[in-house]
Design a protein around this ligand. Sequence first.
Ligand code: SF4
Length: 312
Amino acid sequence: MSFSVYWLQSGGCGGDTMALLSASSPSLLDLLSALDIEVLWHPSLSNLSAGEHQALLDAIISGRRPLDVLVVEGAVIRGPAGTGLFDRWNGRPKKDLIAELAHRAGFVVAAGTCASFGGLGVGAEIEATGLQFKGHEPGGFLGSGFRSARGLPVLNLSGCPVHAEVVLGALSALAEGVRLDLDGLNRPLEWFGTLVHQGCSRNEYHEFRVEEQDFGGRGCLFFHMGCHGPLAYGPCNKLLWSKGTSKPRVGVPCFGCTEPDFPQRSPFFVTPNVEGIPLNLPPGVRRAHYMVYKGMAAVAAPERLTERQNRV
Ligand code: SF4
């Protein structure tokens, strides 16, 4: 029997779906067919009538139709005043549908940062939350103790959007029975075990503190331009986007979109710093040590880097 997936969109922009549809080698459709994954419903791929779709949902919720994976894209909307009526399916709060499907599914996957942690709408009138986290706080919509029918917490595949290869890799692992070890935020270490900084083509500039203060140069964007590469966990400089690039590689700072506090409340293209040292340092790094190390590194910067920095 094929491995079934139901993809539900809730409070989000649809960006995770847009990223997923652009997957190549393998494409989304090639991978689904290779692994015999049956998409019971996806808003951009399915053509069921409204009646057929409702009948499918009734069959899953009643237990007549097994469901292997529920993927939720977008935050769970609980407003106004906890009713969930800002986001409805057939007149009912969509949050109720999410709860019913989550309790039937073998595995539950949060696709993107909004589904994982709540994203933009946390603290707003829509009362957004992630499935099992609200920002950094465990619990979210389903509660910390939630486990899907196959015994796992919600698998958080964060990112704004989540990388298509992360979604396809996670679905492949679940379909093939491969164990995925998780970090403290329930993100698979396979993709969230290293910082975005790792693999950036500007690493050598970072090492010697050859910094940018404006766009267009080749130096590091951490010290002044707001790059979150050394602060955020994710695969963006290893699993390149469109098989060839990433934000920092083309001169745009990483915005830390895989982290629970995304989007940050401070300006995106500025690094809050004291005396040129960023307020937020890489995890586990001591400020005093960092100041000494970076001061010495800047003095030791080789000319080939400082000269090349602004060469077009
Ligand atoms: S631009 Fe960002 S990701 Fe690249 S080396 Fe600098 S801090 Fe790291």
